[in-house]
Design a protein around this ligand. Structure first.
Ligand SMILES: Cc1ncc(COP(=O)(O)O)c(C=O)c1O
Length: 372
């Protein structure tokens, strides 16, 4: 297939400005002879803890494992029991729900807001039951999902708050608190397409709880506290030092990467005027890191085809909400109308380092010229 004039994302282009630094960093790992653990990982963990505003960061194998380790660690620590409910937004990447199920916990799927596309914090009380012990808030599309209603709900019912921060590194709340520090623990993903992406799988957990940090470190390393001594039936979920070295190159550019995304989002905000399209509603677009710029349109499939005909690649994140995924057949009877509608109407526009503000203006014009 011929490449479109406006690609959605081209990872070689994204990484091109870092090429020389990445090559030097990878060479450093090769010549160090240290291929598991080591200083690239501890350096990265220290830098990420600063970004997240937490006491600790633990590098792990990927974002799903970061979430799995958090839930498993809370079970080992007796803070959660198998069978406990964890509220999860229905519009999210499947990994959010999988991590909950994997730990023997029960996803309690919540409908999402048509405005934020994230967890609708207004429904929390209505879905609460005494078996609910935690909320997994997902900062989807780079948009912080945290407000007074969520904070009150957590406090009233003494729940754990876990953040899925896979898409929102560098985002913050209106009072300047970084995502990743808002709850008890947070999961990060450095999957190559993320705002800061590795050259393969990578992830991290952030927390300010020393007990949780220790438990996660052990669980991620076969459940071992000291060598050949295993206190848990653990996993191998360690961060690869080559990926840590790549991330040590890229993390210092987080602000630049996110600023670029904000610039493009601002162009779309200013330039898209189609009556068939609803743009993201945000009072503070500067707090969002725009992992995706998503529009909502009842004409989604027609507009997507029209954009492709005019050289614009788009993506749909996500076409199927969690409760309609075949692997979650037990939820198929649930009515989560807003998540279902969003899945039918959402369309993600190019917003990465491959897109210039001029491209975003041209793409907006094409959107404005669309007639169903
Ligand atoms: C919201 C969300 N949660 C979790 C994950 C899982 O991260 P990973 O792909 O690194 O396992 C991703 C990304 O893929 C994600 O977008």
């Amino acid at each position: 297939m011929q490449a479109l004039k406006y690609p959605f994302l081209d990872l070689a282009t994204v990484n091109a400005p870092y090429f020389d630094e990445i090559r030097a960093a990878v060479e450093r790992v090769i010549t160090s002879g240290r291929y598991i653990g080591g200083s690239e990982i501890s350096t990265f963990e220290a830098a990420l803890a600063v970004v997240a505003g937490t006491r600790f960061a633990v590098g792990v194998s990927n974002g799903l494992d970061a979430l799995r380790l958090i839930f498993r660690a809370y079970i080992e620590l007796g803070r959660l029991q198998p069978g406990d409910g964890v509220i999860v937004p229905d519009n999210t990447y499947i990994a959010s729900a999988l991590a909950v199920s994997d730990a023997g916990l029960v996803p309690v799927l919540a409908d999402v807001s048509v405005e934020t596309l994230n967890l609708d914090t207004a429904v929390l009380e209505s879905i609460y039951t005494p078996s609910v012990k935690a909320v997994l808030t997902v900062h989807l599309y780079g948009r912080p999902c945290y407000d007074a209603a969520l904070a009150d709900f957590i406090k009233t019912h003494k729940l754990l708050l876990i953040e899925d921060n896979a898409q929102a590194i560098g985002a913050e709340t209106a009072d300047g608190r970084p995502t990743g520090s808002l709850g008890d623990a947070a999961a990060f993903s450095f999957y190559p397409t993320k705002n800061i992406g590795a050259l393969g799988d990578a992830g991290a957990v952030t927390t300010s709880d020393p007990e949780l940090e220790k438990t996660i470190r052990a669980l991620a390393n076969y459940g071992s506290d000291v060598r050949y001594h295993n206190i848990y039936k653990g996993y191998n979920c360690r961060l690869d030092p080559v990926q840590a070295a790549v991330l040590n190159v890229k993390l210092p550019y987080l602000r630049r990467e996110n600023r670029r995304r904000r610039e493009i989002a601002a162009v779309y905000d200013a330039e898209i005027h189609s009556p068939y399209v609803r743009k993201p509603l945000m009072t503070r677009p500067d707090l969002c890191v725009w992992h995706q710029y998503c529009i909502i349109t009842p004409q989604r499939d027609g507009l997507q085809a029209y954009l492709a005909e005019n050289g614009v690649a788009t993506d749909i994140n996500y076409p199927v909400p969690v409760h309609l995924q075949p692997c979650y057949g037990e939820y198929a009877g649930l009515s989560l109308p807003r998540a279902s509608e969003i899945a039918r109407q959402i369309l993600c526009l190019p917003v990465s380092a491959c897109t210039s503000p001029g491209d975003a203006a041209a793409i907006s014009k094409i959107i404005n010229s669309y007639e169903p």
